[in-house]
Each structure stands twice: as C-alpha cells, then as structure tokens.
Design a protein around this ligand. Structure first.
Ligand SMILES: [Zn+2]
Length: 298
C-alpha cells in the first residue's frame, strides 16, 4: 500500500490529493451542518476554497494574508465577492503540515466543520486521499530577518531558522491550563502524532458572552474542552497533559497558511491569538527584505 504521507522532512516537490474525499460535520461557531469536500488540484493552484451554497458556485476564496476578515476565536477568510468562510485554521493546519500544496476545498455552508475540535479527522481524510507528488518544485517563503508584532504583553515573532519550527506559550492563571510551553519542529509525522489530536478549548465563564456575540453556537463537549477553573467539564481525559498549548501550535500552523505558501522560519508566540498571527504574516509579506522564495535542492 502506498504511504499516505510520503515524507518526514520538508518536501522538495509539490503534492496534491490522490483522490477526492469528503466528510460532514457542524460548524463550531455557526452551528451549521456542513459538507466538506477536498479534491486534487493542478500544481501551483494553491489551497482554494469554494462555497457550494453560494449563487456563484465557481468563485474561489484564495489564500493570501489580506483574505482574513475576522479573527475572533477563529480565522475567517473572504473574497472580493463577499463570500466568506469561518474557522479555517484546523483544516489549513492539516493540509499544510501534511504537505498538501494544491487542493480545492468545497464547503456547503459558512464554516469548516469542527469535527472533534482538533485536526485529527482532517488528517484521516488526507490519509484516505493519499498524497501524490507533482513534478513542480515546492516554493517556501524563507524568513530573512526577524519581525515582531505586539499587543501589550502578547507578542508573536518570526525569525530565520535552518528548519521550520514553532514555539508557543500560553498562560491561563488559576485554571487547569496554567502556564504551558511547547516547541515543535514542523514535520508531517510530528504533526500527526503530537499536534493534530489537540482539541480547541474554552473557559466556562466565557460561554455566555461568546453565544451572545453569535459565537460557539455549535460548541459541545464533543468538539471543545470546556475548562471551569481547576477542572474540565468533559468526561473524557485530556489527550496530552499540555493539550492546550499543542492546540495553540495547531492554530498557528493554520494561520501561517494564509501566507499562501509554506513559511520556512521560527515562529514564536507568547500568549497570542489569531489576530496577531495574521498581523505577523501580513507584516512579513509586506516587507520585501523580510523574506525570499526558497526551493530545496538536492
Ligand atoms: Zn483552534
């Protein structure tokens, strides 16, 4: 049987899916039932999204830093036609970390389905599709100088690195989460075992205000860890003792995909979220001295 993810190091060549795959689920914030389809695409297509419930079923939402239109509790993207799609980050993390360069993502509603709150179901879908190599070199965005975006005590930073990696810290005092840090060397194998299973989380006292803001309407204990002080309301155990910060790495991987190509650098996050992640990617791409195209040569 063909290996579904045929590499352990950052790949030299572009890859797409071996066949179309699909699943259904419910959006975490909208509560909408959604059908999600992933299809192969030609080299240099990139990852593109299509809203199949729209009157213009051919219009695509492409990935670029300016496509981000909302960053509260998730990353929403939109196109010039006003079509938008919420909670893209977990699927994008799975696609980019597993090495998918080119795919068409068709969605029948306003939000990517939450599945179990992690990226595990998306990794399973990609495994079912199996990746195929395309005869076009993959182009990385190589970080050439360190850049930082800050909001008070929260900050994110991208710096040059010989290998792609992500370091994250979160701090939720007086809760089960506490102060957690994690360093991740970005590989498909590492992502599948160490990052993809980490679920999203919320604090119990936030739920009322989130729902009043029209968020978390599809949130349940089946797709979110609900933390109430020093306890959690879910009956199943944590998948890792530091599952929360691992999920933060998952979110960062998804938000980095908005650069439009894999970013080769060291991303560090201190208590930051989607808004700062996107600000950093925008700052990077707007500064011609901060990055350059890079291909892996043999
Ligand atoms: Zn998340």
């Amino acid at each position: 049987m063909q290996e579904p993810f045929p590499f352990s190091a950052p790949p030299r060549w572009q890859h797409t899916l071996g066949k179309p795959v699909s699943c259904t689920g419910v959006g975490l914030h909208t509560g909408a039932a959604v059908h999600l389809g992933l299809s192969p695409a030609a080299a240099d297509t990139g990852l593109v999204f299509v809203r199949k419930d729209s009157s213009d079923k051919e219009a695509r939402i492409a990935l670029h830093p300016g496509a981000v239109c909302q960053t509260r509790r998730g990353t929403s993207i939109s196109n010039a036609k006003g079509q938008s799609l919420a909670t893209t980050e977990h699927l994008l993390a799975a696609l980019t970390a597993c090495g998918v360069d080119n795919a068409v993502v068709e969605v029948s509603g306003p939000e990517i389905p939450a599945m179990d709150g992690s990226a595990r179901a998306f990794v399973d879908l990609l495994g079912e599709a199996a990746l195929v190599r395309q005869n076009t070199p993959r182009r990385y965005i190589e970080v050439r100088k360190a850049i930082t975006c800050r909001d008070g005590e929260r900050w994110v930073r991208l710096a040059p690195s010989t290998t792609p990696k992500i370091s994250a810290r979160i701090d939720y005092p007086d809760t089960l989460i506490g102060d957690q840090s994690y360093d991740f060397a970005v590989t498909a194998a590492g992502f599948i075992t160490d990052i993809a299973p980490a679920r999203t989380f919320a604090l119990a006292h936030e739920i009322k205000s989130l729902k009043e803001a029209g968020l978390a309407l599809g949130g349940t204990l089946d797709n979110c860890i609900l933390v109430d002080g020093m306890t959690m309301q879910n009956e199943d155990a944590l998948r890792f003792t530091d599952e929360f910060v691992r999920h933060k790495i998952l979110d960062i991987l998804g938000d980095m995909a908005l650069a439009g190509a894999p970013v080769w650098g060291h991303f560090t996050s201190n208590c930051a979220g989607h808004a700062l992640n996107n600000a950093l990617i925008r700052t990077l791409m707007d500064d011609p001295e901060a990055w350059q195209w890079h291909q892996i040569e043999n």
